[in-house]
Write a protein that binds this ligand. Structure first.
Ligand code: AHR
Length: 613
């Protein structure tokens, strides 16, 4: 029975409670949300980005063409250009199966080019079945200049190729093709179907740009000593201004990032969908398995100044240095930045917190209204987590970012995670979480868990599922919320859970109590795996028996629980005070430690609840 007390005051739920976390992982930006159709448009792909890359990745040459890196370049941040011989052509293969165009739709082509003697470039769109649009021509002269033409597609194809043919010798760079229709019609804009799917969630905030990509790699920016060094941490100043002047970078996730989708575009998108922008800057301590802390105080101070400049870029008047740059890019009004994250999943709590405090002090001194968010490292429990929380609590941090990716069972069993969080301590930003899978049971377990977030909305102020996007042909991380290729996108079951909660945010929780729920009064059924409950220490006298009655495992949990790395699924019932797992399907494969995939067992599992649990 459920008892509801409408007169009692539960937690207030903020409109910004549920948001999205955008990270350029799984080609979420280039080849994803960023609507550019040409891959490697500036010939900057490099083996430093990915051992399989060359400056001609995604291009094929017919005739003579050479990638050149010399003083004749377009600008200092766009090192390579292509020198095309007379009568030669170069063809781009786009992403996935090719360049996707739709019959009747318009596409805007642009190229930076120069030629010693006046000549023509012919631009065509075609697939294996023939032309996809009428050919276009631009005239190229001495000195770099940007040339534009537009196409109307005469057929729909997801296998298109874009070809540029030079009548006489010419140099080309920043070869670009965009659909005219981008989300909200912005130039250098976003792919409509993906942006609309995100907008349909009605996110309260957009956390960006990562994740691991924020604080891994070198902390130098493009203009510092190690000029053109790849694998730089994500630094916002590298990502604004004219796109042909944004130096590309090696992405933590193993590919090149053009930064065509950069900080201005993130702010613009947040505004377009009515969400609070929530950027994350590197804290000079690398995370995600690269546990190093930078001791270079000058570098740290430069990053702190960059963060102050970021706030000015977002909120400052057009007369300020960085507010002026925002205005020049097309947005004189402020973007209303109120929250900012410093760091992501640092595994060195002391080193992180020492640097975090310097960021926070500088930000609070100049912008006291900004909420500066700290984090609790990569785990949801454990020594690092406890140490990070202790520092955050003692340091009176406003808000702490937590991340976890766990089994659906974990989510079912941790609905009460925040019930006992210290109400006098920092608020929680659940910046990344997901149960391990895109199946219905995962979505359901997340929904169950989210009722616990909501019940604790006085302390859990922000929450975002992660990751948001995945291109099906370039996956580094799964599960993900929205999937796509070069012409289609589709929602996961997890998306539907998020949408349900995000589009129905209440004002306050109405307290309720339930009796007669699972405990020992079953029967209950559900997908409950071994791994979670076996390590909760809530159970005793566990036995696992194969279908033919062979005893596979028994444990009274007096010893080492680490053997319980197995996972299993099936139906559960409560019989005579015991949880019994039956109905387990037939694959009958045991898994080894570290294997996080789901396996079906033909097993029976029996466990007795410990007294008082
Ligand atoms: O969401 C994918 C990754 O998971 C993020 O980059 C990182 O913060 C976390 O480990």
């Amino acid at each position: 029975a459920i008892t509801v007390d409408p007169s009692a005051d539960g937690a207030q739920i903020d409109d910004t409670m549920y948001g999205v976390f955008f990270e350029d992982i799984n080609r979420a930006a280039d080849g994803g949300l960023y609507a550019e159709l040409v891959q490697n448009r500036s010939f900057e792909y490099s083996t430093a980005d990915n051992s399989a890359y060359t400056p001609l990745t995604s291009w094929t040459v017919d005739g003579t063409a050479q990638v050149v890196n010399d003083a004749g370049r377009l600008n200092e941040r766009n090192r390579n250009y292509l020198s095309l011989g007379a009568g030669s052509s170069v063809t781009n293969a786009g992403y996935n199966t090719g360049v996707h165009v739709e019959e009747g739709e318009r596409y805007n082509f642009s190229v930076w080019a120069r030629a010693d003697s006046r000549t023509a470039l012919t631009v065509t769109l075609q697939d294996a079945d023939g032309t996809l649009a009428e050919a276009r021509e631009v005239t190229v002269k001495n000195g770099w200049a940007k040339h534009k033409v537009s196409f109307r597609a005469t057929r729909t194809s997801s296998h298109g190729r874009l070809t540029v043919t030079a009548a006489g010798a010419a140099a080309v760079d920043e070869v670009s093709l965009f659909p005219r229709d981008t989300y909200k019609g912005h130039k250098n804009g976003l792919r409509e179907d993906l942006a609309e799917k995100i907008a349909a969630l009605e996110p309260g905030f957009v956390r960006f740009p990562g994740g691991c990509l924020v604080n891994t790699g070198s902390m130098q920016d493009y203009s510092e000593a190690s000029n053109w060094e790849r694998k730089r941490a994500y630094q916002w100043k590298d990502t604004i201004g004219p796109v042909e002047q944004r130096a590309t970078n090696a992405n933590f996730w193993g590919y090149n990032q053009s930064y065509g989708l950069g900080y201005y575009e993130y702010f613009q998108f947040s505004e377009d969908i009515g969400a609070m922008p929530l950027p994350v800057v590197p804290a000079l301590v690398t995370g995600c398995g690269q546990n190093r802390a930078t001791d270079d105080e000058a570098l740290l101070q430069r990053h702190i100044q960059d963060t102050l400049d970021l706030i000015e870029f977002a909120n400052g008047p057009v007369t300020s240095e960085w507010g002026k740059k925002r205005a020049e890019m097309g947005h004189p009004k402020p973007f209303h930045l109120t929250h900012l994250g410093v760091g992501n999943e640092e595994n060195l709590p002391n080193e992180f917190f020492a640097r975090f405090q310097k960021f926070r002090a500088a930000i609070e001194a100049k912008y006291p209204d900004i909420t500066v968010i700290s984090n609790s490292g990569p785990d949801d429990t454990g020594t690092t987590f406890d140490a990070a929380w202790k520092l955050n609590r003692e340091g009176h941090v406003d808000m702490v970012d937590e991340h976890y990716y766990n089994s659906p069972q974990w989510f079912l069993q941790n609905n009460d995670r925040y019930d006992s969080y210290d109400r006098g301590g920092p608020k929680v930003f659940l910046g990344e979480y997901a149960s391990q899978g895109n199946a219905f049971k995962n979505a359901l377990s997340e929904a169950a868990f989210m009722t616990g977030l909501e019940r604790n909305a006085d302390i859990v102020k922000l929450a975002s599922y992660a990751p948001l996007l995945a291109n099906e042909d370039y996956v580094q991380w799964s599960p993900d919320m929205i999937w796509f290729n070069n012409h289609a996108s589709w929602n996961s079951a997890n998306y539907e859970t998020q949408k349900l909660f995000m589009t129905n945010v209440g004002d306050r929780v109405v307290p309720s109590t339930a009796t007669g729920t699972p405990a020992l009064t079953g029967p209950i059924t559900g997908a409950v795996g071994l791994s979670t409950w076996a390590t909760t220490a809530a159970y005793d006298d566990v036995s696992v028996t194969s279908a033919d009655g062979t005893s596979l495992l028994t444990d009274d949990f007096g010893g080492d629980a680490s053997q319980w790395t197995h996972t299993g699924r099936g139906s559960w019932t409560v019989q005579d005070g015991q949880y019994v797992q039956t109905d387990v399907a037939a694959e009958n494969t045991m898994v080894s430690a570290g294997d996080t995939a789901w396996h079906d067992y033909d097993l029976k599992v029996r466990a007795t609840k410990k007294a008082g649990k």
